[in-house]
Design a protein around this ligand. Structure first.
Ligand code: SAH
Ligand code: SF4
Ligand code: F3S
Length: 465
């Protein structure tokens, strides 16, 4: 991005933040409350932390309760139809609330809002939505709110004029132990079923010095787990003037002094290198876990999906990772029922699942996304049939999960104690991202402790040593 453009944006951000902070107490006679409802992936959760920071900075108090908020924002996801339906249901709830609450504003942003057809639908059928913007303009939120509160007509902004990102924005982190750290935005891969590149724009990597600075400040603030985020972290560095790749970035973050862990998602098999696997093995703070979505085991379907690897290449990668990274665990995303997929193709997916023995799977029935190439492909298999395949996949994985769990019994792991569960027990994750439940003092939260696995139910259960 041009330095002047960046400066202008920051100036305008600061100008509207201060204008808004002046009028808010006058309008509401108190500190107004803002609620941000987040749908979708970790990228959205991380964006919402920035949005909350921007709102707080302008004079709002952040609340989780949208029924009593003066400003309610929905940060939306478009990845599957179900996600969109849920959002519309929630926006609908605002109609009655807004009637009862004078001065209340309702806003919608994020991946779903970035699409023209959704923008039109909100404009025409949801007159109580005051502001809509997409994935690129969170920094303009103080301007939108200020304008709307001072008499502007409803605001709709899904322009793609700005595809950079701003460093140094305020941030309201939800947690104190585990934090998100985006290393890149957007996606260039255009898998044929996926809406993400269409709504998030082209891939842009952040400068490593900005990432390191943020990681250092998180460690200094007491964070024990940093989750590096990107749609395809393995291609980090592409397009930057500095000579760095994801392995190099991991080395740099690993070198920050302190007792903390580094996690990352999502890895794309086509860009996962042996250099990266060796770096993961060498860097003691980096998790020994790969979330490596393979989507389908059929080479024909993978080609139609534009995934740019085949099943043999994927299995070879898994073999190399097992050889190089002691104790490595794998998780994956799978789509069942891609247009044209046959039961024979689906059996290839089962073959990979059985061979790799994933720790966990995130499984989805294909959902047609308007504007993607797959949406125009023939899709003769019925939803009911796809549902049967889906259940078969879940059953196969359930057996594998049990066997995986059984292999942990008797082993000892260093876990980051990160949650007290409703049953009063503590849980923590191993370096390989497997959760263990155990009895212990809640004062252990945030500490690394050694736990021996004794048994398992739907979770590993153990004893603190
Ligand atoms: N960038 C990541 C994933 C982003 S979306 C990657 O490439 O792996 C998360 C998951 O949603 C995808 O891995 C895919 O399994 C699923 N998904 C995306 N589009 C979908 C669609 N149209 N229907 C069903 N599942 C989809
Ligand atoms: Fe979507 Fe593919 Fe990009 Fe992942 S890599 S976000 S599945 S287009
Ligand atoms: Fe959904 Fe956007 Fe993430 S479409 S999955 S919130 S990048």
């Amino acid at each position: 991005m041009q330095t002047n453009e960046y400066k202008d944006i920051m100036l305008s951000f600061e100008e509207y933040t201060s204008k808004l902070s002046v009028i808010l107490p006058k309008i509401y006679g108190r500190k107004p409350l803002a609620c941000v409802n987040t749908f979708g992936c970790q990228q959205n959760v991380s964006d919402s932390e920035k949005i909350k920071g921007i709102l707080e900075n302008a004079g709002y108090e952040i609340t989780e309760d949208d029924e009593n908020a003066d400003f309610v924002l929905f940060n939306t996801c478009a990845v599957r139809e179900h996600a969109e339906d849920r959002v519309f249901g929630n926006i609908g709830r605002m109609k009655a609330l807004k009637k009862q609450r004078e001065g209340m504003l309702v806003a919608v942003c994020g991946c779903m809002a970035q699409q023209q057809r959704i923008c039109d639908r909100v404009k025409n059928s949801y007159p109580y939505v005051d502001i809509l913007f997409g994935t690129r303009h969170a920094h303009k939120l103080p301007e939108y709110i200020y304008k709307r509160l001072t008499g502007s007509t409803r605001i709709f902004d899904i322009s793609e004029d700005f595809s950079g990102f701003l460093e140094g924005m305020p941030i309201h982190r939800d947690g104190k132990l585990k934090g998100w750290l985006p290393i890149m935005y957007g996606c260039d891969n255009f898998c044929t079923y996926c809406i993400v590149p269409h709504v998030r724009g082209r891939e842009r990597s952040r400068n490593s010095c900005e990432i390191i600075r943020e990681a250092e400040s998180m460690v200094a603030a007491g964070f024990k787990e940093i989750m590096l985020l990107g749609q395809n972290v393995n291609s980090y560095g592409k397009g930057l003037s500095e000579d760095i790749n994801f392995a190099g970035l991991l080395e740099k973050i690993n070198a920050i002094p302190g007792d903390f862990r580094i996690r990352f998602m999502t890895s794309h098999p086509k860009d996962c290198t042996i250099e990266l696997l060796d770096t993961i093995a060498r860097c003691e703070k980096v998790e020994t876990h790969l979330h490596l979505p393979f989507q389908s085991g059929s080479d024909r379907v993978l080609k139609a999906m534009n995934r740019k690897y085949d099943s043999a290449g994927y299995l070879n990668l898994i073999k190399e990772a097992k050889k190089r990274i002691p104790g490595v665990s794998f998780t994956s995303d799978i789509i069942v029922g891609f247009p044209g997929e046959t039961y024979e193709d689906f059996k290839e997916t089962l073959r990979i699942v059985k061979e790799v023995k994933f720790q966990a799977l995130f499984t989805f029935i294909y959902s047609k996304r308007y504007g993607t190439p797959a949406a125009t492909m023939e899709d003769p298999v019925t939803r009911a049939e796809k549902g049967k395949w889906f259940s078969e996949l879940l059953q196969v994985q359930e057996e594998i999960s049990k066997r995986n769990y059984a292999s942990y019994v008797g082993t000892t792991h260093r876990v980051l104690c990160d949650e007290v569960k409703e049953n009063g027990k503590l849980t923590g994750k191993t370096l390989s991202a497997v959760e263990i439940e155990f009895e212990g003092d809640p004062a252990l939260l945030g500490q690394f402790v050694d736990v021996r696995v004794d048994r398992f139910s739907n979770i590993l259960e153990g004893t603190k040593l």
